[in-house]
Ligand binder design. Structure first.
Ligand SMILES: [Fe+2]
Length: 147
């Protein structure tokens, strides 16, 4: 994980700094992630789990990415454990500036419910993630301009 202010890259954010923004970050070895993810599910009440993979082979990749590359929030935590590949989450700091968080295999990130963010693939256009959910009520982005 590498995180910094988008418009001031020398301002780095460590895991504790992300915690100040309400974003939980943990490093978990992919090979040993089963037990740790189960523990997080128990601790935080996540009951649903699936896996999502995006790559240049994914049909309608641009349309899928276009749903999440505009600023949005969800009514549930966004929980992603990266198994393969890499991605970019931008979240707002207290001053409404973007903090760019680049994640790779072994990174767990939890963006809490209702925290505005956006997501991009990197140039490699490949990521595979485990997703955890509090319930199965669906997963819809609520865009900032519309809410
Ligand atoms: Fe999202």
């Amino acid at each position: 994980m590498h995180a910094h202010l988008l418009d001031e890259p020398s301002r780095m954010f460590a895991a504790d700094d992300l915690g100040q923004l309400g974003v939980l970050y943990r490093r978990i070895p992919v090979d040993a992630s089963g037990d740790e993810l189960n523990r997080i599910k128990r601790e935080r009440g996540y009951v649903e789990q699936d896996e999502v993979a995006l790559s240049s082979e994914t049909p309608n990749l641009d349309a899928i990415c276009a749903k999440f590359d505009k600023e949005h929030r969800h009514t549930l935590d966004e929980v992603r454990f990266v198994v393969e590949g890499e991605g970019i989450f931008d979240v707002r700091d207290a001053g409404d500036r973007w903090v760019r968080i680049e994640v790779e295999a072994g990174d767990l990130i939890i963006i809490p419910a209702n925290k505005y963010h956006r997501f991009y693939l990197t140039d490699s256009k490949a990521i595979r993630c485990v997703r955890l959910f509090l319930n199965n009520e669906g997963w819809a982005p609520l865009y900032r301009q519309e809410s």
